[in-house]
Design a protein around this ligand. Structure first.
Ligand code: ZN
Length: 268
C-alpha cells in the first residue's frame, strides 16, 4: 500500500462523508469497467475495495426489506437492480476484500423477492471460472442456497393440467377484491359477476398492475352489466416455461459446483 493510495483513500472517504444519504439513483454506472481500468493502471486495491464497498452499501440501503405485493413494481425494481449486481460480481475479480463478497451474498439471500433464483444463476454461472478462492465461503453459501431453493421451486412448480389455481393476491382488501382473490386461488376457470360499473373498474384497475394470465370481459347485458373473469391457457404455458428454465438453471448450477474455483486467479 503506497502513501499516495492512502492519501487518495482519505480524500475519497471525505467525499463519501459529504453524501448524507444513499439514493439508488446515484449508483455508479458500469462500475465493473471503471474498476477494470483502474486495476489495469495499477490502482491500489484499497481504492478499488473502497469504490466497490461504497456501491454495495448504496444498493443494500436502497433495496432492503422490499415486501411489496405489486408484481409490476417488483419487476421494475428487479430490472433496475440486477445489472448492478452483475457488475459487482464482475468487479470482485479485481478486489481482495472478502467482506464485500460476504455482504453481497447476505444481501441477495435476504431479499428473494428482488433476486429471483434463476436470474442469480444466470449471472453467476458464466462468471464462476473467475471467482477467487478467497471468496469461496461466500460463493459456496450462495450456490448452496440457490440449489436448495431451486430444488424447492422445482417440487412446487410442476403444474398439473387440471390445476387452475393462481397463487396471487390483489393489492386491496375490499370485499370485491377479496372475492376475486378467492376465485384466483380456487380451481374454477371462469367467474361471472353482476356488478356495478364503479366496482368493475375498481377490480380491473387492480388486475392491470398484476399482469396475471387472466382475461377480463364485460358482458353488456342486464343491469348491472356482468364482469366475466377467465383464467387463460397462458397459466399453463408460463408454468411449463418456468419449469424448463428452473431445470436448466439447476443443471447449470450443479455443473459449476462440480468444477473447482480457479485458484490461479488469486495470484493476480
Ligand atoms: Zn378492492
Amino acid at each position: 500500500m503506497t502513501l499516495t493510495a492512502l492519501r487518495c483513500l482519505q480524500i475519497m472517504k471525505k467525499w463519501r462523508g459529504n453524501l448524507n444519504s444513499y439514493p439508488s439513483d446515484s449508483l455508479i454506472n458500469n462500475i465493473d469497467q471503471v474498476i477494470e481500468e483502474l486495476s489495469k493502471y495499477g490502482c491500489d486495491n484499497i481504492l478499488i475495495d473502497f469504490l466497490l464497498q461504497f456501491q454495495l452499501d448504496k444498493i443494500i440501503n436502497s433495496y432492503k426489506n422490499i415486501k411489496s405485493r405489486n408484481p409490476k413494481y417488483i419487476k421494475e425494481s428487479q430490472a433496475k437492480i440486477l445489472p448492478y449486481i452483475e457488475e459487482i460480481f464482475k468487479s470482485l475479480q479485481y478486489s481482495d476484500a472478502d467482506i464485500i463478497a460476504t455482504d453481497l451474498v447476505n444481501h441477495l439471500i435476504k431479499n428473494p423477492i428482488l433476486y429471483p433464483h434463476t436470474e442469480l444463476v444466470t449471472i453467476i454461472c458464466p462468471l464462476y471460472p473467475s471467482f477467487k478462492k478467497i471468496y469461496k465461503q461466500a460463493y459456496d453459501e450462495l450456490c448452496n442456497y440457490l440449489i436448495k431453493s431451486i430444488e424447492n421451486d422445482l417440487k412446487q412448480r410442476q403444474r398439473k393440467r387440471d390445476d387452475w389455481s393462481i397463487d396471487a393476491t390483489l393489492n386491496c382488501r375490499s370485499i370485491y377484491c377479496n372475492e376475486v382473490d378467492r376465485f384466483l386461488k380456487s380451481n374454477n376457470v371462469t367467474q361471472t359477476w353482476s356488478i356495478t360499473k364503479d366496482n368493475r373498474n375498481h377490480i380491473m384497475e387492480y388486475f392491470t398492475e398484476m399482469e396475471l394470465p387472466v382475461n377480463l370481459e364485460v358482458l353488456r347485458k342486464g343491469s348491472p352489466h356482468k364482469l366475466i373473469i377467465t383464467k387463460t391457457q397462458k397459466l399453463h404455458t408460463d408454468a411449463k416455461e418456468n419449469f424448463k428454465k428452473l431445470q436448466a438453471c439447476y443443471d447449470n448450477l450443479n455443473e459449476i459446483m462440480a468444477t473447482k474455483v480457479n485458484e490461479s486467479m488469486d495470484s493476480l
